[in-house]
Design a binder for this molecule. Structure first.
Ligand SMILES: C[C@H](O)[C@H](O)CC(=O)C(=O)O
Ligand SMILES: [Mg+2]
Length: 394
């Protein structure tokens, strides 16, 4: 097994849902007047698709070993990411040993530093990295959580992200995170509506259920502070991604400004140990939320997590389905996980990356037994009914 090498890497593009989970049809809660950095332009306020959130599509990376075993992963990045994999990164992957994950990561990162570091390039590197872990797990016939050193718990517990925390509560989740609907450009009236929505939900779920607000990078410090203070009386547990991911100084100030007991969370659009070092050392947040498909993959998330642990910060990865479940199972400082409600009305549990993955486990009563993750690699298959397009076939 130690001598197995990588024969081929292939990069495909897939459209609709899945890893590009915002690519949903009309009427879906995830695209219904959500506050975004583009909300200041009225013409882009109603739908995130209107400003192009779904423009890239899903990247599928497939890696084939010399014995014919295939590992794969999905993330966002679409055609430009496929170009980077096939035209640039393939040289570090093909011919390497299947166990060379750390070296391949370093070569991908160092060789793209001049145009990479964050965003699209690190999403692409993440996709390759996850496919390498999947391949190694399939070759060794072990789930990824075992390759990572083994699980520290027998069961994962989840909070749900969606428009209906009240329904999530009935489904057994430990909390509900709602999207914020109105941003600073909708003024005092928008702020009042945001707080009314929270108050209504608090009434429905009672005093103890966790309620959180996801602000998707859309606020300024003043607005975020006012929102946090107003939301305190409705028992808001955390305020998420209130500011631009580049505004480390703003996050540090916000953390000082929020009422005692309220948590500040962020990081789903942050990347690498160096980006998270900024958040942690500057005291920007209480919980970091790396997305394993965007932050540099599993190889990098392990490092980010150790750094967070040394700063007494929790790591609760953003969405990303099986790719984060296998990780969360292995870390003491990841006591719960996120589940994104992808049903259009957030009224039932459906697999997060549907229809792209087959065998994707979902929480039952807000929980998932470790045994649901006991399959080789990440334990999922690519749905053969999804149409793959390989734009840069070499
Ligand atoms: C609901 C948020 O706007 C976003 O679509 C998902 C997200 O940021 C999260 O799950 O966290
Ligand atoms: Mg979020």
């Amino acid at each position: 097994m130690g001598n197995l090498t990588i024969k081929h890497v292939r990069a495909f593009v897939l459209r609709g849902g899945g890893a590009d989970y915002h690519d949903q049809g009309d009427g879906h809660w995830i695209d219904d007047h959500i506050s975004t950095p583009m909300s200041k332009y009225p013409e882009y306020r109603q739908s995130r698709r209107s400003f192009g959130i779904n423009v890239l599509g899903t990247l599928v990376v497939e890696i084939e070993a010399s014995d014919g075993t295939v590992g794969f992963a999905v993330t966002t990045g679409g055609e430009p990411a496929a170009y980077i994999v096939e035209k640039h990164l393939a040289r570090f992957i093909e011919g390497a040993r299947v166990t060379d994950i750390e070296k391949i990561w370093d070569q991908m990162y160092q060789s793209t530093l001049y145009y990479g570091r964050k965003g699209l390039v690190i999403n692409t590197i993440s996709g390759v990295d996850l496919a390498l872990w999947d391949l190694l797990g399939k070759i060794r016939q072990e789930p990824v959580h075992q390759l990572l050193g083994g699980a520290v718990r027998d069961e994962l517990q989840f909070y749900a992200t969606g428009a209906r925390p009240d329904l999530a509560q009935k489904m057994g989740f430990i909390g509900g995170k709602m999207p914020l609907h109105h941003g600073p450009s909708e003024g005092e009236e928008g702020l009042r509506k945001n707080l009314e929505e929270l108050a209504t939900m608090r009434e429905r779920v009672g005093p103890d259920f966790w309620l959180m607000l996801d602000c998707w990078m859309s606020l300024d410090l003043n607005y975020a502070t006012k929102l946090a203070i107003g939301a305190h009386e409705h028992g808001l547990k955390w305020i998420e991604e209130a500011l631009s991911p580049d505004d480390y100084w703003g996050y540090a100030a916000l953390r000082n400004n929020v009422p005692k007991g309220m948590l500040v969370t962020t990081g789903e659009h942050e990347a690498t140990r160096w980006g998270f070092r900024m958040l942690l050392e500057m005291g920007c947040c209480d919980i970091i939320q790396p997305d394993v498909g965007w932050c540099g993959g599993l190889t990098e998330l392990v490092k980010i997590s150790a750094l967070a642990d040394a700063h007494n910060a929790l790591v609760v990865p953003h969405g990303s389905s099986v790719y984060s479940y296998h990780f969360v199972a292995t870390r003491h400082n990841s006591p719960f996980a996120e589940f994104l409600m992808m049903a259009p009305k957030a009224d039932e549990v459906v697999p997060m990356f549907h229809p792209q993955l087959l065998g994707e486990p979902v929480p039952v009563n807000g929980r998932m037994r470790l045994s649901a993750l006991d399959k080789p690699g990440f334990g999922v298959d690519l749905n053969p009914d999804c149409q793959l397009h390989r734009p840069y076939n070499r």
